[in-house]
Design a protein around this ligand. Structure first.
Ligand code: SDX
Length: 378
């Protein structure tokens, strides 16, 4: 088959069919197996959404109870893994510690190489459950604290927030953390899902594929933007200053974190949902500073770049929400990774149903064939 040209960044290049999710970039809509994220955020929970993504349908009551139970039972991490992670350099990035943790989980999981459908599904559940415990644990280790034991009385997201902060969340905090996991669970084929899929397409194992996804998500153009967006918001003292900041950055051709998207050409629907929870949380904390500065940056950016279809993405408002939940910014992208593990795995399981090694080409623009010249003649 002849090469037709270079699709830089794989812009708009589909590499698989899927029923798992779809994005309407023009209308700013995101659907998981046909259900809008707005409805899922309001009425569902991360356990049910994970079942939906893995099985491509909503569970019955019995199935949801059984699936939630399986997730809850798999939350613990072998002590040998904590003791290895404890020896990693304290200053190393949390995403690197998380990646190492996932690789270690694979090393300690005797079923990691099993390839039958049932084994792959139980490995998926182990990864989705344990990755949240890993994030909370490496976060606490970095603070010189011991990882906390999971609380079987809390759902996945609330238990994560408890294990990270040491405090049992209230109703609003629990709801916000659960919505956080739902909104970060899946997003078709961004760089991280594509990286995970490439590894899986070689018939490597799920742990290696998830580890590749974490590596891709770490980058500031992808998952790392939530941390940098909050740094930006916290560096601005007043909403008035926000305008000057944006104009200065744009004049220097620097990108504003939390804005723009390869697919959305209007508001990222997840940003709008996070914004509504930020308003509630700011009210509860009696602290509206980050909200007001984010709002001002949003209005200036839309005035300046709306015509170029640059609008807020999920990362503009997720950072301030995490901050008001009492989480330090270095855990933001690891939270994204923990939630997105189910999306990565859902696409892999679907692709394995009709696997094909992913092997693109390059257009050669180098010199034609020529003879080797010995070094003493050059
Ligand atoms: C996520 O893909 C996904 O689904 C990812 C994600 C998911 O859920 O998995 O949605 C999560 O990663 C959201 C994106 C988080 N990243 C950021 O917020 C970083 C800042 N955003 C930009 O780097 C950028 O918008 C991208 C990378 C997100 C998308 O950019 P593209 O599609 O590669 O477009 P581009 O960089 O070629 O920009 C096109 C034009 C350029 O201007 P010109 O050179 O044409 O004059 O738009 C400008 C860019 O300079 N532009 C921006 C901008 N984003 C694009 N200008 C200022 N600030 C920005 N944020």
């Amino acid at each position: 088959m002849s090469i037709t040209g270079v699709y830089k960044g794989l812009d708009n290049v589909p590499i698989k069919e899927t029923v798992i999710s779809t994005i309407d970039g023009e209308k700013g809509k995101l659907y998981y197996v046909g259900y809008s994220v707005e409805e899922l955020a309001e009425k569902s929970n991360y356990e049910e959404v994970s079942f939906l993504l893995l099985h491509k349908r909503l569970p019955t009551g019995e199935e949801l109870k059984d699936f939630s139970n399986k997730l809850m039972k798999e939350r613990t991490i072998p002590n040998e893994i904590w003791s290895i992670l404890e020896k990693t350099p304290p200053g190393a990035p949390l995403m690197d510690k998380l990646k190492a943790g996932v690789d270690l989980l694979g090393l300690f999981d005797g079923e990691a190489e099993k390839t039958d459908k049932a084994a792959r599904l139980s490995t998926a559940i182990r990864i989705i459950s344990k990755i949240a415990t890993l994030v909370a644990g490496v976060y606490r280790l970095k603070k010189g604290l011991q990882p906390l034991e999971p609380d079987p009385g809390l759902n996945h997201a609330s238990n994560f927030l408890y294990m990270a902060t040491g405090k049992k969340p209230n109703a609003l905090e629990s709801k916000i953390m659960d919505v956080t996991f739902i909104l970060h669970a899946e997003h078709e084929l961004p760089a991280s899902s594509t990286a995970a899929l490439v590894v899986a397409s070689t018939l490597s194992d799920l742990y290696s594929a998830v580890s590749a996804g974490i590596g891709a998500l770490k980058g500031p153009l992808h998952g790392g933007a939530n941390e940098r967006a909050l740094e930006m918001l916290m560096s601005i003292k007043t909403p008035e200053e926000a305008e000057q900041y944006v104009l200065r950055e744009l004049a220097s051709k620097r990108k504003i974190m939390g804005f723009g998207h390869r697919v959305y050409k209007t508001f990222d629907p997840r940003a709008l949902i996070f914004k509504s929870y930020l308003e509630q949380l700011s009210e509860m904390r009696k602290d509206r500073k980050l909200l007001e500065i984010a709002n001002r940056i949003e209005s200036v950016m839309i005035r300046e770049l709306g015509s170029k279809l640059i609008y807020p993405n999920i990362d503009l408002y997720s950072g301030p929400v995490f901050n008001l939940l009492g989480l330090d910014k270095e855990i933001f992208t690891p939270i994204f990774a923990a939630a997105r593990s189910v999306g990565w795995i859902a696409h892999i399981l679907e692709y394995w149903e009709d696997n094909r090694l992913i092997r693109p080409r390059a257009v050669y623009i180098g010199p034609g064939p020529r003879r080797y010249v010995p070094v003493d003649e050059r």
